[in-house]
Design a protein around this ligand. Structure first.
Ligand code: BGN
Length: 343
């Protein structure tokens, strides 16, 4: 155990030195803007709504001529006291939100949403997390009066998880369905706990998960760009999406953080008060072990980012189901030797 800790520390130091030498950390530091950038101030608002049951709105098409929703939703409550009902099943969550259209789409019924956001959740074998996330995320987004859909991109097979390929697949598939204005990339185990953390895009890519309980409600390091991030389709195309070559846990988020910098954009963040998340505890999944090669790929990011990413078609759709609370897209992302490697 002690040996392992020493080896990990050494590894961190070596990686740090390599990165410093390349001046990445310095650059990364500079590209992050002040954390106060996009928090919405609702401090003077009366909180008229309590509990998730209050956003009941009817299913169906927007009627023509509806007024635009207010600039700031009157339904926002600020910090949420998270509760996880015991013995929650997906069927119970479905019953709770009958006003969500099949495929996980929702739009306010009494006003026209100002924002249209696709939520993209990479997934495999995390049904428990997904159920809890859906339970919290639907009312969270509804209180923000968004027109949104939830897409769960499920990696088929047992080969090592490749979150980055799932993200690129999610973008292509979601954009085929609708011209979404904003793409939110959402880890399945992160529950947002303040609804002022508005799921809309800005003039720069966003990093929303700035204060996760696991990291003491602060950034684990300044350049952290993981957990929940958001891009307009144009911003996502500009960074050429996620790299395709990260298999297993780690660094794909750092890589796109670098891409944002290299594409000469900055990062917007909510304040630490608003960008709060609870991470649901879990061990590393069997199929998602730590990628020991990850820093090697990260160091190559400057040469790689234009060559490899969204521009490469690295998946095939196996099935697409419009379930009551989300669209489930199962994809084959293959292995490092191709989509159909020889057995
Ligand atoms: C970092 C990982 C991220 C991960 C965060 C939070 C690396 C880079 C090593 C050079 N990055 O350490 O991918 O999101 O931890 O868990 O390992």
């Amino acid at each position: 155990m002690v040996k392992l800790k020493v080896v990990s520390c050494l590894l961190v130091v070596v990686v740090y030195m390599v990165l410093s030498e390349l001046a990445f950390l310095d650059y990364l530091q500079k590209m992050f803007q002040s954390p106060k950038k996009y928090a919405v101030d609702i401090s003077r608002r009366n909180y008229m709504y309590e509990g998730y049951g209050d956003v009941h709105q009817t299913k169906g098409q927007n009627k023509e001529g509806l007024p635009l929703c207010p600039m700031t939703s009157p339904l926002l409550r600020g910090g949420i006291n998270l509760t996880f009902p015991s013995e929650l099943t997906l069927a119970k969550v479905e019953q709770k939100y009958p006003h969500v259209e099949h495929g996980g789409r929702y739009r306010p019924h009494d006003c026209q949403a100002r924002h249209h956001t696709a939520i993209i959740i990479p997934h495999r074998d995390r049904e428990h997390h997904l159920k809890l996330l859906l339970y919290h995320l639907h009312p969270f987004l509804q209180r923000q009066q968004l027109d949104y859909s939830i897409y769960v991109i499920h990696q088929a097979g047992n080969f090592t998880f490749n979150k980055a390929r799932l993200m690129n697949a999610g973008v292509r598939e979601a954009m085929q369905e609708r011209e979404w204005e904003c793409l939110f990339f959402h880890d399945v185990d992160l529950i947002p706990i303040d609804d002022r953390n508005i799921y809309v895009c800005g003039s720069n890519p966003k990093h929303a998960a700035v204060a996760i309980n696991k990291f003491g409600f602060k950034l684990p390091y300044d350049a952290y760009f993981g957990g929940v991030t958001a891009f307009t389709p144009q911003q996502y195309r500009t960074i050429n999406g996620f790299p395709n070559n990260y298999w297993g846990w780690g660094c794909e988020d750092d890589d796109i953080g670098l891409r944002v910098y290299m594409a000469k954009m900055r990062v917007q963040r909510p304040s630490l008060e608003v960008g709060r998340y609870k991470m649901i505890r879990h061990n590393h999944d069997k199929g998602n072990s730590v990628n020991r090669e990850r820093s090697k790929y990260l160091v190559n990011a400057p040469e790689n980012w234009k060559r490899d990413g969204l521009n490469k078609d690295m998946y095939e759709v196996i099935s697409r189901e419009r379930l009551p609370l989300y669209t489930n897209i199962t994809v084959n992302v293959g292995t490092p030797t191709g989509l159909h490697p020889p057995p």
